[in-house]
Design a protein. Sequence first.
Length: 127
Amino acid sequence: MKTDKEITAKEKKRQEIRKKLLMQKDELLSGAGITRNALPDETLFPELGDQASAEIDRNFTLRLRDRERKLLKKIEEALEQIDSGTYGICEICGQEISLKRLEARPVTTMCIDCKTEQEEEEKLREK
């Protein structure tokens, strides 16, 4: 059985993580507005090298936006879990995820053991 002091410390840490997630969300959203305005148009350049360079820049920016969109979705899910009281529970085994892991990777949904096992299975599939 956990003491009130342990529960309070965990809840305090979760609220710190929540603040961190909200700040990260705000940074992503404000950065997305800047990126959207800075996205180069599909312009035709007389030089093939210039055209290729512009395409590479545009594709890189779009890939970056896609990654940010996925991270934003994970942040939203983590915030919902914090609000519903299910944050920090491994979606695979149902055990508590260590606070150390949650601090390092606040959007994680798996404990270190399940994540390690998943990565090992992925490596085997790639071979």
